[in-house]
Design a protein around this ligand. Structure first.
Ligand SMILES: Nc1ncnc2c1ncn2[C@@H]1O[C@H](COP(=O)(O)OP(=O)(O)OP(=O)(O)O)[C@@H](O)[C@H]1O
Length: 229
């Protein structure tokens, strides 16, 4: 579904990604791991269209979307949950969902679906997002991204700052979304979580993919070894 081909991209003169190629097949969860500064977020931003590669191509279902702006990619079915459980802290959970739903055809129905999928959001619908726990705010951020009806969801470190007991809950949601047909690109530092959830993985270091293979717990040793290099 998503194909990143030989991507070279950076923020100023120097490239941060140095020839990254990654395939995200339809219906799968692909985890991209690596230490701080490896280039994971840069990869996600390039997939979403927040960064335009100096060379290389981004394909979505075979269509070259390299030059398309983020809102054009959203229309083609990509949605992005940036790092940090972003939402409007002064608005309630319900208002945060409604703000997105207002701009989407059938948005009201989507909000109802989100309350079904994430019961905690219904429970705290009237609470300001700034007062939610990290795990609740992450579910809100994912729900906001889902309201646009994406086919491909890109998640940047959904477990960051979330207590370990809640990580499994986030993982269940992601796996359940994929079981319902969503394709997921999961950027993650939490190796255990990323591998359990994913069908394929890639490890990045210094702007390159240094290791890749099938996901699942069996890949843990290979990933940990790749991450020590
Ligand atoms: N806005 C920016 N301007 C300039 N350089 C940046 C910018 N954002 C990131 N970088 C640099 O690009 C490199 C890769 O950063 P990136 O955020 O993609 O890594 P990451 O693997 O996502 O790390 P983390 O896990 O800490 O988020 C780093 O050296 C970082 O300093």
């Amino acid at each position: 579904m998503l194909s990143l081909q030989n991507i070279h991209v950076g923020y100023d003169r120097a490239d941060v990604l140095n020839g990254v190629t990654l395939e995200v097949p339809a219906g799968q969860i692909v985890a991209v791991m690596g230490h701080n500064g490896a280039g994971k977020t840069t990869l996600a931003k390039t997939a979403v269209g927040l960064l335009t590669p100096r060379t290389g191509r981004v394909l979505l279902d075979g269509e070259d979307v390299t030059k398309l702006r983020p809102h054009q990619r959203v229309k083609r079915g990509i949605s992005y949950v940036p790092q940090g459980q972003l939402s409007f802290p002064q608005l309630t959970t319900a208002e945060n969902l409604q703000v997105v739903a207002d701009g989407v055809r059938g948005g009201g129905e989507m909000v109802a679906l989100m309350y079904e999928r994430f019961p905690v959001l219904r429970e705290f619908a009237g609470r300001k997002a700034g007062l939610l726990s990290g795990g609740q705010r992450q579910q809100l951020a994912i729900a906001r991204a889902l309201i646009t009806g994406p086919r491909l969801l890109i998640l940047d470190e959904p477990t960051e700052g979330i207590q370990p007991s809640i990580v499994a809950e986030i993982e269940r949601h992601i796996v359940s979304l994929a079981a319902d047909g969503l394709t997921v690109l999961l950027v993650e530092q939490h190796v255990g979580f990323a591998l359990t959830a994913s069908s394929q993985y890639a490890v990045m270091a210094s702007g390159r993919i240094t290791s890749h293979g099938e996901g699942g717990a069996a890949a843990t040793d290979a990933v940990r070894a790749a991450m020590t290099i």
